[in-house]
Design a protein. Structure first.
Length: 127
């Protein structure tokens, strides 16, 4: 079975990389399109400068940045509120925001009841 080629709203990956940002903006969903039409914030502008330079170790707090074709195949460290999470930009992520891939909440796993626990939880068997 042949591997299916990636397309984004009918455009192939090579076409996307050659597009100007204005052409790409017309392809993405309305919320992201309006965000980009307003222009970049200062933080987003500095992130894009670093992306265009081709820097390797890019760290950012800019979770609301929309993923553009220039960012493909880069690893960007996105802050999740506690630490920087490496996010490898893949074609399927185009049009999404960086913060969607750096989760801010982790799973909670509780252990056995500790000192000061209620009497009912102290009677549970501890394995």
């Amino acid at each position: 079975m042949a591997k299916k080629e990636f397309t984004f709203y009918g455009k192939k990956l090579e076409e996307l990389k050659k597009m100007s940002s204005k052409e790409f903006i017309e392809l993405i969903p309305a919320r992201e399109r309006r965000s980009l039409k307003r222009g970049f914030t200062g933080q987003q502008e500095s992130l894009m400068k670093r992306v265009k330079k081709g820097e390797k170790n890019i760290k950012t707090h800019c979770r609301e940045m929309v993923i553009l074709p220039e960012m493909l195949d880069l690893t960007i460290m996105v802050y999740n509120g506690k630490q920087f999470v490496p996010v490898r930009i893949q074609p399927e992520m185009l049009g999404h925001r960086l913060g969607e891939f750096a989760l801010t909440r982790s799973d909670v796993s509780h252990s056995a009841p500790g000192i000061g626990a209620t009497r009912s939880s102290a009677n549970l068997s501890v394995k």
